[in-house]
Design a protein around this ligand. Structure first.
Ligand SMILES: *[C@@H]1O[C@H](CO)[C@@H](O)[C@H](O)[C@H]1NC(C)=O
Ligand SMILES: *[C@@H]1O[C@H](CO)[C@@H](O)[C@H](O)[C@H]1NC(C)=O
Ligand SMILES: *[C@@H]1O[C@H](CO)[C@@H](O)[C@H](O)[C@H]1NC(C)=O
Ligand SMILES: *[C@@H]1O[C@H](CO)[C@@H](O)[C@H](O)[C@H]1NC(C)=O
Ligand SMILES: *[C@@H]1O[C@H](CO)[C@@H](O)[C@H](O)[C@H]1NC(C)=O
Ligand SMILES: *[C@@H]1O[C@H](CO)[C@@H](O)[C@H](O)[C@H]1NC(C)=O
Ligand SMILES: *[C@@H]1O[C@H](CO)[C@@H](O)[C@H](O)[C@H]1NC(C)=O
Ligand SMILES: *[C@@H]1O[C@H](CO)[C@@H](O)[C@H](O)[C@H]1NC(C)=O
Length: 815
């Protein structure tokens, strides 16, 4: 049936052109395509591509090639004159008798032409089924081809060479050349580059580590890159990837989109819809130039541009123009002050770098005295005075603090100066549209599976996985270690490896010492062959995934690396066995300490607070920074492990990937939910679970809110008190409401075992944030990065009046 329909389709497609006198397959010398004749087009033999004039604006047209499979929805893949559109007044594309293809505009004459005048042998112009528009000679050789001058798209088989470059569109509906380009640089490496009106900078490969540490090479001077029919992209600098729908069949294109991200789209019958099957996963906020000067990109939780408080938008319709300061930069030195932005960085444009144990005062002084300095970054006692504040990015784990130079009068108002997140919540920020950048979870899953096929076999392919998937990882590695020279070294640094079942059996002395039972199976203590490394080995139960699929998922989890997340060191997949090897942590899980009846061993307040902050950072990282689609789904004290310094590390994240429904995202959470319920962790579940709504990152926020309440009260939300759904939450809310009417403090709520030894301001802050997190409506809950900001005291919770009576305005609307 399908074949029949297809044949019919092909038949129609190939017959249709002939029903229209103007659609043809080739132009001979002396022929032209006119802008005036409706449907005057060249079509490829099977009708996949067409070439002709496309309207790009009011009375503005460009000679283009587009996908012609969907009438009415033309996807342009090439343009001759993208920056010089022509008008309808007698414009045409003409193959003159000398063999030159010329675009003539009535008003301006020759607008564009091929450089083939010197060739005497040009015979005709032809649009091939590959999408290549070619001038051929008598022998069928190409004298000129559109593939040699791409615009923003590479088609399968089309090469990116030392002489070609992809340039993004200016905007979604605007074909003019934009600010982003993808090309080989002089060092033989393919780069993504932002070129703004004043400045330009490279944002891929990431510049904070060496090219070779990211698995690329600059020694192969061939400078060739291309995607093949199977969906594999390979480049002479070792930038390789497979699209998730690897294989022959679908039509694909690699496009540098107007937002600066590289994506592979794929389309097939019967509906011919474009689907993202690969994208460059560097985090939208890492694309340069996006938020303009002074603008700061934050994940809230969608990537969003914001201006520093007091600054205004230069152009409300175009974020890349950035923000305008409310002062003139020529203010006199005496009245200079600085606004402070923790966990923020403006990338690049350093006037200088002072790294010799510089003091903040010294750095401030340096910037104050230099009239070129607009602000500075400061981290690890290193000072980065900057002459342009661009590529701003704020993430919970950024070690850098930014100081923006302002007149004293303005700094005086610094009080709420850091309410960046707030301003985005109240709508003054713009959401950057990334909907096309986030492939549906099924795609992602498949994507990793594909990567993995290579990954398992060879170390070389390992690099590929790292390049494409491991940015967060690599950044961390390179921060803490010497640059690594070869892929296999990186492999060692990661420590992530595959174990045999025999190895793990030996390490655990035949699984003799059980140390816990988490979701999906028992955990055993083990000692690796080196005799030094103690590990926790989880034997997964009920995982029915095949080996390859399992590897794929493990690879995703294995590359997640953050100080507040338990490291996955390796895995084993042999026959029916599925095991995960984790780092081993000293102090076991939070529940054992927090709810212990041992009065001599009470977790002190300081530790409780830092556990809250650390856990929030780990979650924020999972949700926003590395992989936006990793939800934890089961945040509870049992899954918060503590190291010897009582630093929290979240365990069991990514487990949903191994569940039956393992589709990633919310669906996988549901799979996990069934397990969780059986284990009695209802006390932590967001209302979405119960009413069967969509599960998002805000469900984790809810669970984390409950954990915060537990930290304060020392009472468990599950277990004895957890009989009814959200009993602990309701209990705290009632108490707070009571206080609101009767006045007084919250002491009554605080864990008695602390014996009054705590910081009341911190307790109140933790309670306030916790109650925001457990709002019934998920839209009212803050994103995890906002929670980090609130807990670190940089951001004020909204809806609060004076700090003196912080409890007054808690909007508790739980009707
Ligand atoms: C064109 O269509 C024919 C008939 O369906 C098919 O056999 C051929 O492979 C197609 N050619 C290309 C390049 O897609
Ligand atoms: C350089 O890259 C080209 C194209 O990818 C490849 O064919 C060639 O083998 C590479 N040369 C070396 C020395 O690796
Ligand atoms: C792409 O997939 C093919 C076949 O599965 C595999 O041989 C190749 O190594 C993969 N390439 C990359 C870059 O993952
Ligand atoms: C900055 O200076 C210009 C002229 O020098 C003036 O027109 C403008 O109002 C000043 N802006 C501010 C915010 O002081
Ligand atoms: C850096 O300077 C501080 C204060 O000047 C000093 O206490 C510290 O020891 C110095 N650290 C190093 C590594 O020199
Ligand atoms: C910064 O410190 C260096 C050496 O410690 C000193 O020479 C220099 O004068 C200081 N600069 C300022 C602006 O304080
Ligand atoms: C958002 O908040 C900022 C700062 O708190 C304020 O200046 C701005 O007017 C608010 N915008 C809207 C649309 O409410
Ligand atoms: C974002 O993009 C999607 C698909 O490209 C589109 O449907 C949606 O309207 C866009 N949203 C905004 C706010 O531009």
């Amino acid at each position: 049936m399908g074949i029949l329909l297809y044949s019919l389709h092909v038949l129609l497609v190939s017959v249709l052109p002939f029903s229209n006198a103007h659609r043809r397959e080739r132009l001979s010398l002396g022929d032209s395509l006119s802008i005036d004749r409706e449907g005057d087009e060249l079509v490829s033999p099977n009708g996949t591509f067409a070439a002709g004039f496309i309207q790009v604006g009011e009375n503005a047209y460009c000679f283009s090639i587009w996908y012609a499979r969907r009438p009415g929805k033309k996807t342009v893949v090439w343009m001759a004159n993208r920056d010089k559109p022509v008008t309808t007044t007698v414009s045409e594309i003409h193959l003159n008798k000398y063999g030159t293809l010329v675009l003539i505009s009535g008003g301006e004459g020759k607008v564009w032409e091929t450089n083939t005048a010197f060739r005497r042998d040009v015979k005709e112009l032809e649009l091939l089924e590959t999408g290549n528009l070619v001038l051929t000679n008598g022998n069928g050789e190409f004298v000129w081809q559109s593939f040699a001058s791409p615009t923003d798209t590479l088609l399968p088989g089309q090469q990116l060479t030392r002489n070609t470059v992809l340039v993004s569109k200016r905007d979604a509906g605007n074909y003019l050349s934009g600010s982003y380009s993808f090309k080989f640089n002089d060092d033989n490496v393919v780069y993504l580059i932002y070129s703004g009106p004043e400045v330009s900078s490279v944002y891929f490969p990431l510049q904070d580590s060496a090219v070779y540490a990211q698995g690329r090479t600059n020694f192969n001077s061939t400078r060739l890159a291309a995607m093949d029919d199977m969906g594999t992209f390979s480049s002479s600098d070792l930038f390789h990837f497979n699209s998730s729908d690897y294989g022959r069949g679908p039509h694909r294109r690699l496009t540098l989109d107007h937002d600066g991200l590289l994506r592979v789209y794929s389309m097939k019958e019967p509906n011919w819809e474009w689907k993202v099957v690969w994208f460059l996963d560097i985090g939208v906020c890492r694309v340069h130039g996006m938020c303009g000067s002074y603008g700061i990109c934050i994940y809230a939780p969608e990537p969003t541009c914001t201006c520093p408080p007091g600054f205004s938008r230069e152009d409300p319709s175009d974020w890349s123009k950035g923000c305008v300061p409310p002062f003139n930069l020529t203010f006199d030195q005496a009245s200079i002050d600085f606004l402070k932005f923790p966990r923020t960085d403006y990338y690049g444009y350093d006037l200088d770098t002072f790294s010799k144990n510089v003091s903040l005062e010294n750095c401030t002084e340096t910037c104050r005295k230099d009239h070129r300095c607009k602000g500075f970054g400061f981290k690890y006692r290193t000072c980065y005075p900057k002459f342009v504040l661009l590529n701003g990015r704020r993430t919970p784990n950024e070690p850098n603090t930014i100081y923006i130079k302002v007149p004293t009068a303005m700094a005086g108002k610094e009080g709420e100066g850091l309410a960046l997140i707030q301003s985005s919540i109240n709508g003054s920020g713009r959401i950057i549209n990334t909907s096309s950048g986030k492939p549906p979870s099924g795609v992602v899953k498949n994507l990793y599976l594909r990567y993995l096929v290579g990954f398992v076999g060879t170390l070389g392919a390992m690099e590929v996985v790292i390049i494409v998937l491991g940015w967060c990882f690599i950044r961390r590695i390179n921060r803490s270690t010497e640059p690594v020279k070869k892929g296999y070294r990186l492999h060692q640094v990661m420590g992530f490896r595959r174990f045999t079942y025999t190895e793990l059996k030996k390490a655990t002395t035949n699984f003799s010492e059980e140390i816990g039972r988490g979701g999906f199976g028992q955990v055993y203590r083990g000692l690796l062959e080196d005799g030094k490394t103690t590990v926790a080995i989880k034997r997964l139960e009920g995982v029915t995934q095949g080996e390859a699929e399992f590897w794929a998922e493990v690879a995703v989890v294995g590359r997640i690396n953050h100080m507040n997340l338990v490291r996955v060191l390796g895995f084993c997949a042999e026959g029916k066995y599925r095991l995960l090897v984790y780092e081993y942590l000293q102090n076991r899980s939070l529940d054992k300490l927090l709810f212990s009846s041992d009065a001599t061993n009470v977790l002190d307040w300081e530790k409780r607070y830092s556990i809250a902050v650390g856990t929030a950072m780990g979650l924020a990282y999972l949700h926003e920074e590395c992989l936006e689609w990793v939800l934890h789904c089961d945040v509870k004290p049992q899954n918060i492990l503590l190291d010897e310094h009582f630093r929290p590390k979240l365990a069991d994240f990514g487990m949903s990937k191994f569940s039956e429904t393992g589709a990633g995202g919310g669906d996988a959470c549901r799979g996990k939910f069934e397990v969780s319920r059986a284990r009695g962790t209802r006390g932590y579940m967001a209302p979405e679970w119960i009413v069967n709504q969509e599960i998002t990152a805000k469900a984790d926020v809810y669970s984390f809110g409950v954990v915060m309440l537990e930290l304060v009260t020392g009472r468990s939300a599950s277990g004895v008190h957890g009989g009814k759904w959200n009993q602990l939450v309701r209990c705290v809310e009632e108490k707070v409401e009571e206080r609101q009417h009767e006045g007084g403090t919250m002491e009554e709520l605080v864990d008695k075992r602390l014996q009054g030894d705590y910081d009341m301001a911190q307790v109140e802050l933790l309670l306030r944030v916790a109650l925001l997190c457990v709002k019934i409506s998920k839209d009212e809950r803050p994103a995890m990065s906002a929670v980090v900001g609130l807990l670190l005291g940089d951001d004020e919770p909204k809806n609060l009046s004076s700090p003196a009576s912080p409890l007054v305005n808690w909007a508790i609307d739980r009707s």
